[in-house]
Design a protein around this ligand. Structure first.
Ligand code: FPP
Length: 227
């Protein structure tokens, strides 16, 4: 969800205004995704690297997170949406951590769509953790080295119960991945749009999905094999 800061700057406003605008796009995207029957939506809300932003901006983002969680718990419940989080969430301020866990717990039996927030998330850190956990299991003879395969790696990632990514959308014109789900996007379709996140509305999501539907996903096979 990139471009909040630039959106605010274009309007002569502070970055916080951009993040507030961004929350409206979060709501619209979540609703539109559920209506379309998407089963999993993951939003990259805060990266491990984002902790290095000025304290005032980090505080604003944390405050917005708590207020959005409080505000949206009813929408999530009414729409049968389950909330999850991936990332090193123990680093979040106590208040955020508590509110987040309350909403996760409150929505845990919902089944229509899983909304995963990547918070204090970094893909390299996720992979390092997985390698450490697997190494300990090898050392303690719980897993043999020969048994290590894709499913073992998957089971040790934050995303353990989520499927691989089908479509990755990055807004604001930047064409890079920025440490997001590096393992999980191995065969994802990438979609870059110049639209800044606070301007991202339902129709932009539909545009991305229509383009996705017109891509041919070959997974290494030939076109003839796929058809
Ligand atoms: C990137 O734009 C955006 C973020 C670091 C924060 C995303 C957060 C929200 C949309 C609001 C809260 C989220 C939830 C889930 C309620 P940027 O600040 O890097 O923009 P710039 O590149 O234009 O400076």
């Amino acid at each position: 969800m990139d471009g909040n800061g630039r959106w605010a700057k274009q309007k002569g406003m502070l970055r916080a205004f951009g993040h507030e605008g961004g929350t409206k796009s979060v709501r619209e995207t979540v609703e539109a995704s559920a209506q379309l029957g998407i089963e999993n939506l993951t939003l990259y809300a805060f990266s491990t690297e984002n902790w290095n932003r000025p304290k005032v901006e980090v505080d604003t983002l944390m405050r917005l997170l708590v207020s959005s969680l409080k505000k949206e718990i009813k929408t999530l419940t009414d729409n049968n949406i389950k909330l999850k989080a991936i990332g090193n969430i123990k680093l979040l301020p106590k208040k955020v951590y508590k509110e987040l866990n309350e909403v996760i717990d409150f929505t845990k039996n919902n089944t229509r769509m899983t909304l995963t927030l990547a918070l204090s998330y970094g893909s390299r850190e996720e992979l390092i953790n997985a390698i450490k956990e697997i190494s300990v299991k090898v050392k303690n003879n719980i897993i043999s080295v020969e048994k290590i395969d894709e499913s073992i790696i998957n089971e040790h990632l934050y995303t353990q119960n989520l499927p691989d990514v089908d479509l990755l959308i990055r807004t604001s014109g930047e064409q890079r991945i920025s440490n997001f789900l590096l393992w999980q996007i191995a065969y994802a379709e990438l979609y870059f749009t110049p639209v800044l996140w606070p301007d991202f509305k339902k129709q932009h999501l539909y545009d991305a999905i229509i383009e996705y539907q017109n891509r041919e996903r070959r997974f290494g096979k030939t076109s003839e094999q796929i058809s």
